[in-house]
Design a protein. Sequence first.
Length: 87
Amino acid sequence: MFNPKLFDATPLHLRVYHFYEKLYTTIDLAAALCFVVGSVMFFFEAWQIQGTWLFLIGSIFFAARPMVRFMREFHLAQLPLPSDDTA
């Protein structure tokens, strides 16, 4: 696991890698948007509770990022390599 050469070992490895990169980027963007919108909400007293919730949701998204990376690496490590003996 966490072998930088593994991501493109086969076309399947590359597809899996790209799937997780898209997921990671989507989570990153969602977290950033939650923090930006939550920050703007804090300027208005009536929106501070909703802003606090957005900060919490953004924090959960940021916490999910390393889990996505771990899942990607685990998934890539489970895929067969061309050098694996299939017989």
